[in-house]
Design a protein around this ligand. Sequence first.
Ligand code: 13P
Length: 253
Amino acid sequence: MRKPYIYGNWKMNLDMHGSSDLISSILSVKIDYTKVDVGVAPDFSSLYKVSQTIKQMGYPISVAAQNISAEEKGAFTGDVSAAMVFAAGADSTILGHSERRMIFAEGDELINQKVKTALRNNLDVILCVGETLDERESGVAADRVVYQVGMGLKDIGMDRINRVTLAYEPVWAIGTGKTATPADAEDIHGKIRTQLSKMYGPVVAEKIRILYGGSVKPDNVSALMMRENIDGALVGGASLDATSFAKLVNFNG
Ligand code: 13P
């Protein structure tokens, strides 16, 4: 049985003051951390503040960077390294988010490099995959997603795969109010797990969590979470408000 995992991706919406206020509100919510894993991904400039606030309260909330450089260090103006975000208090990083793929032209090989860099530097990884509307309409959604999983995890061995969480985020469902139906999402999640099983065997594949992302809200989270292969949610908009994030985290009661 995989423990549900609800992760808030705050994107580029809050400065360190707003992030600090939001994490304080989330920390004041009653959450049974034995039943659900919770995480937040603030912007780089808020990582330290957010992770310190969580540490002071002693709650087991994961903190992720939203991206890292593929490089270890050096003359890469504007980039932020895995070691830097780790030092700032992050335990994880999101990688391959569709906004990175589409707006910043990150390809599968670069994302694979980043996955390796993250794992080498003690960061767990939330690897995002997902098809565009064109790909869905032309019937290649599953192929595209399975390809992204294979490429993103290339050369990641059995010794490290337990530190990776997958997130299926159909591009057409992000920030649009359109959610994949639970059945559509489950179909792709099942195919992702089959691919993981091919790569790592069924026992390991059964343990890897696959989150769904794309317009997840308090009113649709339960139906998604009921599906066998949907193990959690990676949430954008609805994670920016503590009340709605609390409802997502407490989807089970
Ligand atoms: P929304 O929940 O705003 O659609 O964003 C989803 C997402 O991109 C999370 O990473």
